[in-house]
Design a protein. Structure first.
Length: 447
């Protein structure tokens, strides 16, 4: 039986309005983690910390007033929003999620509610505004990352243990509301808010505020999407409310990990977005990437395809340098992903879960016109790609997406086929497009 909730989930099932459909169809995003942490790049007082560079203040136990002195060094002379936007465009990213304010509290926009903003640095310009304009001009949607936890604000509380805590924290929530309203008013083309820094007891004890923040933004920005990580219900339950319903518009728990294509098919019932780092765990710029394993382009592409094959989005993280340029490894990665997306994007953009059982050779996606794509990462020595079709579905024809070369398909038993590999090995993950036939009365997405 259901329990009554005042601050539980507000929508039932996947949103089907055009704004959410655009969010979903975008599929591939870029995360930009840029803040004061890019200046030290993981090193403090001559010691290099291997932990996440955007958490250096925490690892090195730097007092906030000392940390904020970094503002006097904030001068990204190489920053060029147009170059950033072209890089994302060439990568094939359809949206960008920008850290408006990370845990440190430094604002990339000239907020009038904080003294820790770009306006009080040598490089006074409204960086967020320039980015929004440049990305939008390239046809790229802009999403805002916003950390509720703010290490620079003395009213922040990790927990509420006294009347004094309550009074301070309510001041903090008002400050946060003001910043959110300011972001919505200054940058009305923003399409999404991705909240972070919401795991503390103080937020869980104020689930009402998370429901209010979602409602406030949706009133100010019709169509805007809000991630589940913002939300806590009446009982402090996060992401999914006490009745098991997803709060917000999409599930945002897959950070540096992905659902299993066999065990976790439940995620196909709701919208979700994963995000990933190129090193094992670095979001902000770290000067020494040799301390970590750096994923190759194909390893990043595997994760993008994995997410889409299960009905999710993938956001690939970039940590710009303090000077406003990107490190060479990230430029090379963006180029490599863009090259692949140019050839195979048809199997990614506006595609979804295909309801075919996962096979070892790779992943399936389904296009909007009922076509099924096989994205092959692991070509078997048998040179036969096993395909098991759902009940009522048969394979009519198969072709290599890039050349339209016909691919021979042999039925091996009921609902099982051997799909041949291309005559010439493409030498990279490739896509076979399947034309399927759907029998009368078939259930599921192909009916
Ligand atoms: C999207 C990513 N989320 C931030 C994060 C949060 N956490 C974290 C660390 C300890 C407990 C709970 C959450 N680790 N990283 C990272 O700094 C980055 O912004």
């Amino acid at each position: 039986t259901e329990i009554y909730l005042k601050y539980g989930a507000t929508n039932e099932g996947k949103r089907q309005d055009s704004a959410m459909q655009k969010f979903r169809d975008n599929r591939l995003g870029v995360f930009i983690h840029w803040g004061l942490y890019a200046i030290p790049g993981g090193e403090w007082n001559g010691k290099v910390y291997a932990g996440a560079a955007e958490w250096l203040k925490s690892w090195a136990k730097v007092p906030s007033n000392e940390w904020m002195q970094l503002m006097s060094q904030w001068n990204p002379t190489k920053f060029d929003a147009k170059k950033w936007a072209v890089m994302a465009k060439e990568m094939g990213a359809k949206y960008v999620k920008i850290t408006t304010k990370h845990h440190e509290g430094f604002c990339l926009w000239p907020s009038k509610y904080s003294k820790y903003t770009v306006a009080s640095t040598p490089y006074k310009r409204d960086l967020l505004g320039e980015m929004v304009k440049a990305y939008n001009e390239e046809g790229i949607d802009v999403h805002f990352y916003f950390s509720v936890m703010d290490w620079s604000n003395s009213d922040y509380r990790y927990d509420i243990k006294s009347q004094e805590d309550s009074i301070a924290f309510s001041r903090f929530l008002e400050f946060t509301d003001n910043q959110l309203k300011e972001l919505a008013a200054r940058y009305p083309t923003v399409k999404d808010f991705w909240f972070d820094g919401t795991w503390d007891a103080s937020i869980k004890k104020n689930g009402w505020w998370t429901a209010h923040a979602e409602q406030m933004l949706k009133e100010l920005l019709p169509g805007v999407t809000i991630n589940s990580r913002l939300r806590a219900d009446d009982k402090g339950k996060r992401h999914f409310d006490s009745n098991g319903r997803l709060m917000g518009d999409y599930e945002s728990g897959y950070e540096r990990r992905l659902p299993d294509p066999v065990q976790d098919l439940k995620v196909t019932q709701w919208d979700w977005e994963a995000c990933m780092t190129v090193p094992e765990n670095q979001w902000g710029y770290h000067k020494d990437w040799s301390l970590s394993y750096i994923k190759t382009p194909f390893e990043v592409i595997d994760r993008i395809v994995h997410a889409v094959s299960m009905g999710g989005n993938m956001v690939v993280n970039f940590g710009p340098q303090a000077d406003g340029d990107f490190r060479p490894e990230e430029k090379a990665l963006a180029t490599a992903i863009g090259k692949w997306m140019q050839c195979y994007g048809k199997a990614i953009y506006a595609c979804d879960y295909a309801e075919f059982d996962k096979q070892d050779w790779g992943y399936y996606t389904r296009g909007k016109n009922g076509e099924v794509y096989m994205i092959v990462f692991n070509q078997p020595y048998s040179e036969r790609l096993i395909v098991k079709t759902p009940k009522g579905i048969s394979i009519e024809q198969a072709s290599l997406l890039t050349t339209n070369e016909n691919i021979v398909v042999v039925e091996t038993t009921r609902n099982e086929y051997n799909v041949s590999v291309p005559q010439k090995n493409p030498g990279e993950p490739y896509v076979i497009q399947l034309k399927i036939r759907v029998a009368e009365g078939t259930k599921g997405v192909y009916k």
